[in-house]
Design a protein. Structure first.
Length: 316
């Protein structure tokens, strides 16, 4: 199997037949061996019926239907577990990603030996205020935080080596940061390709402004996980040492002052430095406890089912 095309979707029934025909045309004209895997993320329209019909007439089409809407990251996770291709292409189902980009993305993986190639929608057909400006700010922050020099982290059109998708864990809403997850897993040869972006033909976007707020929160999460995910005690322990040292320094000062310089003065408990000392030492202790708990959680973590699949098509 040469190429696996993974397509997560939510309520895109109108575009699926056209997208399927377009992908098949590209695959056949380039004589690729392929599979197309649709992941229906809890659609409430006719999407699953369309996928079912396509799978019956073409064995290259496979499908996964979630019991309800679990999110794009979970859909990609489920798809990545099932794919068998040497090169995996992800794309959205709304016809805004152009399947004609697939051959060049395939070559960049197989001939230029990139681990991952991310699309860059240099010219977009989205609303400037609602999507373009927030996207530019989001991508700038992601570059500065992660060290991965991409212009468009959230482009759905990406290509991967099979090893990459089998060794990264896409969860929560981390689909925006798959290149960062790949880098953290050791796949550092990450490329970028300018891809054609097209105006939405059917329906409306499923994403609102809240996705950018969530995106920045996820960015903080992945920054923390990248630096301290495997050693939480290094962060919380360091903060604990700093806070406890501040508290101990105040306590030591109060003790010396009371014993040698001002024995007849106010009681230690009547001085504000006493409460600063007490609070900072308590906070320092709490940071230490947080670090220990983080280490315990890390060592006891087990794989958990993050979604429920209702039905599979053409999958063993």
């Amino acid at each position: 199997m040469n190429i696996s095309v993974v397509i997560p979707l939510l309520n895109e029934a109108e575009s699926l037949n056209e997208l399927y025909d377009w992908i098949v045309s590209v695959m056949q004209s380039n004589r690729f061996s392929y599979e197309i895997l649709f992941i229906d993320d809890g659609s409430t329209d006719n999407s699953w019926n369309v996928i079912t019909t396509l799978s019956k007439k073409d064995e290259h089409v496979k499908g996964i239907q979630f019991l309800k809407n679990f999110g794009k990251s979970q859909a990609l996770h489920a798809g990545f577990k099932q794919v068998t291709g040497d090169v995996i292409i992800t794309m959205d189902a709304d016809l805004q990603d152009n399947p004609e980009e697939i051959p060049e993305l395939y070559k960049m993986i197989t001939e230029s030996h990139f681990d991952l190639v991310s699309g860059w929608k240099k010219k977009r057909y989205d609303s400037v205020i609602a999507k373009n400006l927030p996207s530019k700010l989001f991508n700038w922050a992601a570059r500065r935080t992660s060290g991965v020099k991409l212009h468009d982290f959230n482009c759905g059109l990406k290509a991967y080596k099979n090893d990459v998708v089998k060794h990264i864990d896409v969860n929560g809403e981390m689909h925006r940061y798959i290149p960062v997850l790949a880098k953290n897993a050791g796949f550092t040869n990450i490329g970028e390709k300018v891809v054609q972006h097209q105006a939405r033909k059917y329906g409306t976007t499923k994403f609102g402004m809240n996705r950018f707020i969530n995106g920045f929160l996820d960015l903080i999460t992945i920054w923390f996980l990248s630096r301290f995910g495997k050693r939480p005690m290094h962060l919380f322990g360091a903060l604990g040492v700093i806070m406890f040292s501040i508290g101990f320094a105040f306590a030591f000062y109060l003790g010396l002052d009371k014993l040698f310089f001002n024995p007849a003065g106010r009681l230690i408990t009547q001085r504000p430095q006493f409460y600063i000392s007490l609070v900072t030492m308590i906070i320092g202790t709490q940071f230490f406890v947080a670090g220990f708990l983080g280490e315990l959680v890390l060592r006891s973590k087990r794989d958990q089912q993050r979604y429920l699949i209702k039905e599979n098509l053409n999958l063993s």
